[in-house]
Design a protein around this ligand. Structure first.
Ligand code: ZN
Length: 73
């Protein structure tokens, strides 16, 4: 009986710089996901109403006090 094992085998060893470039690119994306609020200057999520003052694109979308009840998405 003949058993055939099919498995991906890398032809060449990847260099350290190439490996680190791949891993470093993912880290950069995660850290950029916070923008400054145009109204109060606090850090908030992009394309979301500010969680501190409730402003989005220069208009008050949600009240600053009941943030947990009125979440916009
Ligand atoms: Zn704000």
């Amino acid at each position: 009986m003949l058993l055939i094992c099919i498995m991906a085998v890398p032809k060449q060893r990847q260099t350290k710089s190439r490996r680190d470039r791949r891993r470093g690119g993912q880290k950069k994306l995660e850290t950029k996901l916070v923008v400054k609020c145009s109204n109060c200057g606090m850090p908030s999520l992009p394309h979301h109403a500010c969680s501190h003052c409730g402003f989005y694109k220069g208009e008050q979308v949600i009240k600053g006090t009941d943030l947990k009840k009125n979440k916009t998405k």
